[in-house]
Design a binder for this molecule. Sequence first.
Ligand code: IMP
Ligand code: MG
Length: 184
Amino acid sequence: MPVVRGKKIEPLYTAEQIAERNRQLAAEIASGPCEDLLVISVLKGSFIFAADLIRSLHDAGLAPEVEFITLSSYGTGTVSQGVRIIKDIDSDVHGRNVLLIDDILESGRTLLFAKTLMYERGARNVSIAVLLDKKVKRKEVFEADYVGFECPDYFVVGYGMDVAYAFRELPFVGVVTGDAEGDA
Ligand code: IMP
Ligand code: MG
């Protein structure tokens, strides 16, 4: 099992599984509303997934524009109460087909906020691609259009996802299972 920063990380989805799934997702996206497509990566967690998925979109024959938005949940402790924009996109989405890319769909608050925002700004169509869907954590009536994997209710790291800014560099998605030095 990989050990990083003294922690054992159990792989959940390998780099190869993710790469294959990205190719399939890109083909699905290419058969949806994608004329004059504007892709918006929801930072920070989606940066690696978005980087790979947009290259798969190229391979699938698409030539999207790419933008970034940084969103943050706020609230007391672990209870999320709302979402705010930390850094907005520069582009005008009016009349455009928009694809929002995020790492994980959990409560649905972040992506519901982002999707509503883009429609309020006059987007023609807004679709959602997420690498992981944790359905059991959903608090809103909300589904993604394109899902990489349905994820069990573990806190996952890697492939852009972090604990306190660490583990983003892992080429796979995994679960921190404990301290390496705890092993006999
Ligand atoms: P929600 O759908 O508004 O609850 O937002 C989910 C966001 O929380 C994701 O985009 C991630 O940034 C973060 N998140 C949720 N679960 C995890 C996890 O297991 N590992 C790392 N980040 C997570
Ligand atoms: Mg996120």
